[in-house]
Design a binder for this molecule. Sequence first.
Ligand SMILES: [Zn+2]
Ligand SMILES: [Zn+2]
Length: 823
Amino acid sequence: MITRTKYNPKEIEQKWQTRWEAEQLYHAPDDSPKPKFYHLVMLPYTSGDLHMGHWYNYSGFDAYGRFMRMHGYNVMQPIGFDAFGLPAENAAIKRGIQAYTWTMANVDKMRRQLRMMGAGWDWDREIVSCLPDYYKWTQWLFLQFYKHGLAYRTKAPANWCPSCNTTLANEQVLANGTCERCGSTVIRKEIDQWLLKITNYAEELLDFSKIEWPEKTVTMQRNWIGRSEGAEIRFFAEIDGKREEIPVFTTRPDTIYGVTFFVLAPEHPWVEKITTPEHKAEVDAYVDEARHMTEIERMSTEKDKTGVFTGGYVTNPVSGEQVPVWIADYVLMGYGSGAIMGVPGHDQRDFEFARKFGIPIRQVIRPEGEAPSDPATWPEAKEALGVMVNSGQFDGTPADKAIATVTRYIEEKGIGKFMVTYRLRDWLISRQRYWGAPIPIVYCPKDGTVPVPEDQLPVWLPEHVEFKPTGESPLRYEPEFLNTTCPICGGPATREVDTLDTFIDSSWYFLRYADPHNSQQAWSKEAMERWLPVDQYVGGAEHAVLHLLYARFFVKALRDMGHLNFDEPFTRLYHQGTVLGPDGQKMSKSRGNVEAPDEYVEKYGADTVRCYMMFIGPFDQGGSFKAENLEGVWRFLNRFWSLVTDSWVENPTDEETGESTAIERLRNKTIKRVTEDLSNFRFNTALAALMECNNALIKQQNEPVARSTAFRQTLETMMQLLAPMAPHISEELWHLTGHAGGIHTTEWPVYDEALTHDETFTLVVQVNGKVRERIEVARDISEAEVRKLALSNPRVASFIGESTVQKVIYVPGRLVNVVVRNS
Ligand SMILES: [Zn+2]
Ligand SMILES: [Zn+2]
C-alpha cells in the first residue's frame, strides 16, 4: 500500500540518474554471458549544445537500446565526441580562446545535457577524438595505410578557399562555387596533398549483400561510386613526326563511327603539343579562365557549354577519320583520361556542344522501330541503344550485340580494350588547418618523406598556439612543433604541418569503443571478436554517402592488413527523420524558429520531452516541434502516475469477474502492439497504444474490476512497456509499487496470442454466397450454435423463405454460408 503523491519529474529524474550511474546499470561488461548487442548512434560534433535534433535522435535510439536490454541482450550503447574540426578553430579565433579550451568546455556541457536525458550511455567507453589517447591511434592508423601503400602524397589541383586558407572537399563547395563555411568564391590551386586509395576498394564497396541498410542509402552509395562498363579506345596523332596515342573511355563503343570531334580538358598535357600557332592565343586565354573555376561549376549541367578549337586533329582508329580537337572546361583532368570522343548524335552533352559550335552531327545508331532521319531536325541526341548504321563493316549489327561486337573488334586490332571505370576518386585527407590530428610524417633534406616510428606516437598537437591574421595554420609558426630530427639519419627535419580530415576520426571510433582503455593497441583482437560489427547503427541520412562509405573502406582495408576479421562495420542501419521548427521549416537561427530542449526539460522533465520527441511522427520522418503538444504527453504521464498510485492505495480484492478477462485481453493486446512497434522503431504508435490502454483503464477505475489482480498486473505491464521511452517515471512507479530490483533489467513482458484477439468477432452470414447479415458472436462459439443462430435470424430467414436448406458451411471465426435450393 502506498500514499497518493504528485508526479514530480524534477525530483525523481535526478534521483534515478544518480542511482543508475552509481550502480553502473548501463555499463556493458566485457565478460557477460548474455548475447551482445552493439547499439551505436552517430558521434556528435562538439558544437556546444545538444539541440532538438540530438534529442530527437537519442530519444528513439535510447528507447530501442533499452527494449533490447529487456530482451536479454548485453547492450553496449557508448557515446563520445567528434572534437576536431574547423568550426572549433573558427570559434576559437573569433573568441580569442584556444580551440582546446573551447572544445573541452563544450564537451563538459554536452556531457551534462546527455546525462539529463537519462539515456543509457556507457560512460566508461567515452572517447574524445581531440585527446592524445585517441588521436595517437588515429595517427597509428594513418601509418598502417601508408605502410600498405594506401596513403600517398601528390601535387594535385584542389578546391581552395582563399579566405579559410584551406582545401575543401567537393561536398564542402556549394553549387554556386562558394565555400560552405564562409561563402567566399572557391578557386582551383595546385598543392601537395595526402590521399587515401579508397579507389582500390571501389568494386568491393559496391557489394551490399552482408548488410541491411535502407535501399535509398545503398543507391546513393552506388551512384557515388559510379561504376560504368565500356571500352578504352586509343586515338592517335602525329606529333613532331612521331605517332602518339591518346586513350579515351566510352560506355558506347558502338557509336565510334559517330565521332565528329574530340575534346581535351584544358589542363591536358596534349593541349600544348597539339595547338597550332594560329590558335595559341585563344587556347591560352581559355586555359587560364578554366583554372579559376571549381569542378562543380565546370560540371554544372546548367552552365552554357564553352570551348575552343586547337587547330589540331587526331585519328579515329576504327574509321580512320581525322577528327578536330577542341578543349572544353566540362572535361575534367581527374576523371578518366581527361579526354573524350564527341558523339553528338548519341550523347546529349556532345549534342549541345556540337549545335553551339556548328560541328557536324551524324546518325550511327537507329533506335528500334525508327527510320533513319536527318540529325539537323533532331531536338536532342538519340541516346537509346539501337541498330548500327553508317558504321562501315558494322552496319546492321543489332542493339543487343553492338557494344560487345565493337569492343571485341578493337581488342583484336590492339587499338583498345574492355574497361570498367568508377566515378569514385581517392579520398583527400590533408587539411591546411590546426585543429586536427597531425599527420605523422617528417621531411628530411636527405631522406625525403619519412614516417614517424610507431613508438614515437602520438605526434603531439600543441594545445596553445597563436593564430596569424593571414588565417594560415599556426603549426607552421610553432618552432617546437615544426622542427624535429629525422628518424632515419638523426639530422634536422621538419614535420608535416597539415592535419587529418575529421572524417578519419569518425571512420574508426566505433572500433575504439570496444576497447577504449587499451594503451598498447588501438584495439585488441578479443575486443573485436566480442563486440564487432555494430549490430544497429542510428544516424542522420545526411551521412548516407561520405561517413558511411569511409567507415566501410576503413574496415575492409584494415581487414586486408590483418587488423580486423569482418567485412562490414554496421550490420543494420536506421536513419531518423528531422525535427522541424513550429512553422514546419528547418530550424535555423536566421529563421528564428530554433527551440532549445533545455527549457522544456526544466518545465516538464526529461521523460515528457523524450516521449514527445517520439510522438512527433514516424521516427524516420520527423515532424514539426510544437511546444503546446508537449502538454498532451505531460497529461498522459500524469494520468498514468495517478492511476497507478490510486490503484495501490488499497489491497486488491481479487474478484474474478468477467471484466477481469476483458482486462487480461487488453493487457495482451497492448503488449503485442508495443512489442511490434518498438521492434520496428515505431515509437509514436507504441505510445499511442499505451495511451489507449491508459484511457481504457481510467474508465473502469471506479468499477469493482479496478481492485482485481488483473487490473494491477496490467498497470505493472504498462510500466514495463513504457520503461524504454520514459525510463524515470516507470522506474519510480516500479519501486513505489513494491518491486525489488530495477525495472530496466526486468524481462520484457510476453503475450498470449490467443488473448490478443477480441472476445467476440463479427460473423458474416451468407445465403447462397451473398452476404445477408452480420452478427456479433463469442469467439469460442461452437458450430452447432452458429448454425442455430444463423437459421433463426429473422433477416436471414426472410432470404431463405420457402426454400429448402441443403447445407450450412461454417468457416470458423469468419463466416457461415447457408446453401438453399428453390423448391
Ligand atoms: Zn571559406
Ligand atoms: Zn634523414
